[in-house]
Design a protein around this ligand. Structure first.
Ligand SMILES: O=C[C@H](O)[C@H](O)COP(=O)(O)O
Ligand SMILES: C=C(OP(=O)(O)O)C(=O)O
Ligand SMILES: [Mn+2]
Length: 459
């Protein structure tokens, strides 16, 4: 419980500055940083308060078990990969996954990209040695450059301006795609059918794909024109990223003229990473004061007591949809580590959404030296997550995954049976390994089967 003897710190967009903050870059030229942040604070917001409120309402449905959350995208977006094709392909795979999950869960899927702002990375080590030269670790394009030279790895504040403008152009494209016919349900389903027909184990997913076809045919038969109805040819698609660089987030924070509430207008949803979730530190404090829906990663070291304190700080009014807890335990730990946490929020009557990040607890370095994850481990953690909810009688709200629409070779396994020796072919990620487009879709089919077959599924 919150310690009532400690006076509540008054929140302002800058009050985080008095608190310790992990993982923030140290800029060699603080005046330059100040000037960039001042400029950013005069720029238009990227998203609007009303949109963030809509996402809270959608997540409240997830909280009640009436919808399922799909959150996904790159570990680290890069400025160079923010072109139209890559953005389209990322959106495409997420929409394809969403249809399959909608079918499996028999519920609407709330779609949130790790996109249009996912440019800052916490790292396990502040420095690394490349070719015998010690340099700062890459911390995302918002901070420094990936190419390994001492100069390039120096934090550069002007990158924050590029983050803002690249986020704006990505968001602009996403808005056009999601309202301009690209998201037409029958078209997205046709892509899935192509995938099923072209996949070696297509047979396995064929039945589900044809069940979905039949459902769409039924809608046509009863007179619903899927190509014309707004419900079927446009989608709500939201953006999110880890709120790591608090100066940037502060600069994009605006007071809503309608409610007087503060919103971080850099994205619809922001989350706190596993490395920055200390209760009395800056990241938790900053996000406690904005009214966007927020997330917090929850790893295996979290205790029920600490979790309840965190929930009280981040969602003191117990608003459904306000707080999403993103479990990232690892496949071997989820079975033991998650149930006591689920029991704690359940018994305390906390309205939180629980989702599974099956990626960050299952990363390892392969013999080849590449950082990777195995498809089967990712799926096993999701299965463990559903199992934990089953045993506690709580609601598995969704999945949060690192993936891309490109045909990369970064994660092992899947129907393509990507092996360690294949990783070097198209290992393109700037940080963590992503499921490629085929692996992502296979994952959606497999998760849909788990959802469909769960004992509490609707008949
Ligand atoms: O995406 C998350 C983190 O930045 C990443 O998992 C840390 O990886 P590292 O151990 O390579 O720093
Ligand atoms: C850094 C990340 O995860 P975590 O904070 O869970 O390690 C991430 O989601 O990219
Ligand atoms: Mn990552």
């Amino acid at each position: 419980m919150a310690d009532m003897s400690t006076p509540q710190r008054t929140w302002t967009p800058s009050s985080w500055m008095d608190l310790p903050a992990e993982q923030m870059p140290e800029y060699p030229d603080p005046d330059h940083l100040k000037q960039v942040l001042e400029t950013l604070s005069t720029q238009p917001p990227l998203v609007f308060a009303g949109e963030a409120r809509d996402l809270t309402a959608d997540l409240a449905r997830v909280c009640r078990g009436e919808a399922f959350l799909l959150q996904g995208g790159d570990c680290a977006e890069t400025f160079d990969a923010a072109g139209a094709d890559a953005t389209r392909d990322k959106l495409k795979v997420l929409l394809q996954m969403a249809i399959v999950l909608t079918y499996g869960a028999s519920m609407p899927v709330v779609k949130v990209g790790r996109i249009a702002g996912q440019y800052a990375k916490p790292r396990s080590k502040p420095t690394e040695s490349v070719g015998g030269v010690e340099m700062a670790s890459y911390k995302g394009d918002a901070v420094n450059g990936l190419a390994p030279t001492v100069e390039n790895r120096r934090p550069d504040p002007s990158r924050l301006e590029r983050m803002y403008h690249t986020s704006a152009s990505t968001l602009n494209l996403l808005r056009a795609f999601t309202s301009g016919g690209f998201a037409d349900l029958s078209r997205v389903h046709a892509w899935n059918q192509e995938f099923v027909a072209g996949s070696p184990q297509g047979q396995r997913y064929e039945r589900m794909a044809s069940d979905i076809s039949r459902a769409l045919d039924f809608l046509s038969a009863v007179g619903i024109d899927i190509g014309r109805e707004a419900t079927f040819n446009s989608v709500d698609f939201y953006t999110s990223h880890e709120a790591l660089l608090l100066g940037y987030e502060q600069a994009l924070t605006r007071q809503d003229s309608l409610s007087g509430d503060w919103f971080d207008c850099s994205a619809h949803m922001l989350w706190i990473g596993e490395r920055t979730r200390q209760l009395d530190h800056a990241h938790v404090h900053f996000l406690s004061g904005v009214s966007n829906p927020i997330g917090c990663k929850v790893g295996p070291t979290m205790t029920p007591e600490e979790l309840l304190e965190l929930v009280d700080v981040l969602n003191p009014d117990n608003i459904p949809g306000r707080l999403t807890l993103i479990s990232r335990m690892g496949k071997d730990k989820v079975g033991d580590a998650l149930p006591p946490l689920l029991a704690a929020t359940r018994d305390a009557g906390k309205n939180v959404v629980w989702v599974c990040d099956p990626c960050h607890g299952n990363t390892f370095t392969a013999e080849s030296g590449y950082k990777t994850r195995h498809f089967d481990d990712v799926l096993a953690e999701i299965a463990g997550f559903f199992g934990a909810h089953q045993s506690e009688g709580t609601i598995p709200g969704g999945v949060h995954m690192e993936l891309t629409g490109e045909d990369v070779t970064e994660c092992l396994g899947g129907d393509q049976q990507i092996a360690d020796l294949d990783l070097s072919q198209r290992y393109l990620t700037a940080c963590d390994p992503r499921l490629n487009n085929a692996q992502s879709l296979e994952m959606a089919f497999q998760v849909a089967e788990l959802l469909r077959d769960r004992p509490c599924a609707r008949p």
